[in-house]
Design a protein around this ligand. Structure first.
Ligand SMILES: Cc1cc2nc3c(=O)[nH]c(=O)nc-3n(C[C@H](O)[C@H](O)[C@H](O)COP(=O)(O)OP(=O)(O)OC[C@H]3O[C@@H](n4cnc5c(N)ncnc54)[C@H](O)[C@@H]3O)c2cc1C
Length: 447
């Protein structure tokens, strides 16, 4: 059984068990009740889309002045767009692919061919032959593992697992650089089960396959149109959630309050922890909320007057602060182009401590050194998710012994509030996961 299947089954069991305690006026009789959705990111919007189509009255409360949350397309120059949040749509991500089709959105290929730069020198992205063979065997062995074996694996971190399996130092360095790009933090903080599961079960490009033409926010715009702007209350920071015989009452920082029969909370754990819950969230849930970490990612966009890196699908992973550089505007018909620096973990945190002009110069110099060029950045835009006001991180990162213990607790409903969002998804860390959990919560209301 795949890790995802196992978790999916567990998740469903938990949801239905939790739901059995709810009033049958809402659950079981398909009553068209009022539903509040906290957060208008992909999870909240996909729940809202499903519910409104089924005749429910839905109100979304969103803290920011825009919908989309961690999906955030930015026009850096006219129609030349970059992603400050989610970048890739994965080839295995069935729901987002189907929704794009349903909503009339086109996808373009967004794959890259990576080079590795260490100490400023280009190096082959090839591991030693004996490690390549061993790694393939480890991936195939994972696909055959029992659920118990996977849970055992979850008690080891990915770095230690690789070392214990005989990876040599040079290969380990490259593996750290590549895999910390995926997880957003050092592989020392990632559970071996999470990592091996990810690499054994993902698309060959590790879900870095496509993007929405015109930017991923086109998907958000399409959802907003379907749900209706009048049902999305922007600049509404939820501060209090009260539950009682009256149903649910949600109060926002601007003083507005809303009542409903049910709520779906799609907020990241940091945001959940800032809310006053009456009655209080169960202790186990509070502890789980405190335990989960989010990856520190800094996305830096560097606009150049020409695409001097020569290959449209250019990318390089490096040991420098800018970490992973790639040509994000490939297939956008402009002379100008943008190199994105995707900096993770400690590197991202250090970059965030440098003043903006020095950060731009540092990235510009590093690119010039590596590519033997002398190019000037025309415009720089950066976004550090590590200090995002509502997330304090890019996406959740499950460390060892967390996936099977705290994830079910985070997902479990509380009174008439269901929980959804990227952090509780089987496809955790992905747009697909946000959509899956939003739809799952909506489905639980509809059934
Ligand atoms: C830098 C980065 C790179 C990524 N790369 C990829 C990628 O390549 N591919 C991929 O598939 N995924 C990627 N992701 C992950 C993807 O963006 C997320 O999984 C997904 O967008 C999360 O959606 P969500 O609805 O669960 O959460 P969010 O999008 O965070 O939505 C939650 C919403 O709640 C709002 N909110 C917070 N607090 C409050 C409050 N108190 N009151 C009201 N509203 C509140 C927030 O503003 C937000 O809009 C990336 C994310 C980041 C940050």
């Amino acid at each position: 059984m795949k890790r995802r299947d196992f978790v999916k089954n567990t998740g469903l069991l938990l949801t239905s068990a939790a739901l059995s305690g709810y009033p049958t006026t809402i659950f079981g009789k398909n009553k068209k009740g009022k539903v509040l959705i906290l957060g208008a990111g992909l999870s909240g919007l996909s729940a809202a889309y499903l519910l409104t189509r089924s005749g429910y009255t839905v109100t979304l409360l969103e803290a920011r002045s825009r919908a989309g949350g961690r999906v955030f397309t930015y026009s850096i120059q006219d129609n030349l767009t970059v992603e400050l949040g989610a970048e890739w749509v994965g080839a295995s991500h069935e729901r987002i692919l189907a929704l794009c089709k349903e909503l009339g959105l086109s996808l373009q290929e967004h794959r890259f061919k990576e080079e590795v730069f260490i100490h400023g020198s280009r190096r082959q992205l090839e591991f030693q032959a004996n490690w390549t063979k061993k790694y393939e065997n480890l991936l195939s062995a994972y696909r055959q593992m029992s659920e118990k074996e996977k849970q055992k694996l979850d008690s080891t971190d990915w770095w230690r697992y690789l070392v214990n399996n005989g990876i040599e130092e040079e290969d380990l360095l490259v593996k750290e650089l590549l895999d910390s790009t995926d997880f957003g933090e050092s592989i020392r903080f990632v559970s071996a089960d999470m990592a091996l599961g990810e690499y054994a079960e993902s698309s060959p490009n590790n879900e870095m396959d496509f993007k929405v033409v015109g930017g991923n926010s086109k998907l958000i715009e399409a959802f907003v149109q379907k749900v209706g702007t009048e049902n999305i209350k922007l600049e509404h920071i939820v501060t209090k959630v009260e539950q009682g015989k009256f149903g649910i009452k949600v109060t926002c920082a601007n003083g507005n309050s809303f009542t409903a029969d049910l709520a779906i909370c799609t907020l990241p754990t940091y945001a959940i922890s800032r809310i006053e819950w009456l009655p209080h969230l169960p202790e186990a849930k509070q502890k789980a909320i405190q335990a989960l970490q989010y990856a520190r990612i800094y996305k830096n966009q560097l606009l150049y007057s020409e695409r001097f890196w020569q290959r449209e699908n250019f990318a390089m992973v490096t040991d420098l602060l800018g970490h992973y550089f790639f040509h994000t505007t490939q297939k956008q018909n402009y002379v100008q182009g943008v190199l994105t620096s995707y900096s993770t973990g400690d590197k991202a945190m250090v970059l965030s401590s440098i003043p903006e002009s020095a950060r731009k110069t540092s990235l510009e110099n590093d690119i010039n050194t590596m590519l033997n060029a002398n190019q000037k950045v025309q415009k720089y835009v950066g976004y550090y998710w590590g200090s995002d006001k509502f997330t304090q991180g890019a996406y959740a990162i499950y460390g060892k012994e967390q996936w099977y213990s705290i994830r079910p607790i985070l997902k479990k409903s509380f009174g008439n509030v269901l929980f959804a969002g990227e952090h509780v998804a089987d496809w955790q860390g992905f747009m697909e996961g946000a959509i899956n959990t939003g739809e799952e919560a909506a489905q639980a209301i509809l059934t």
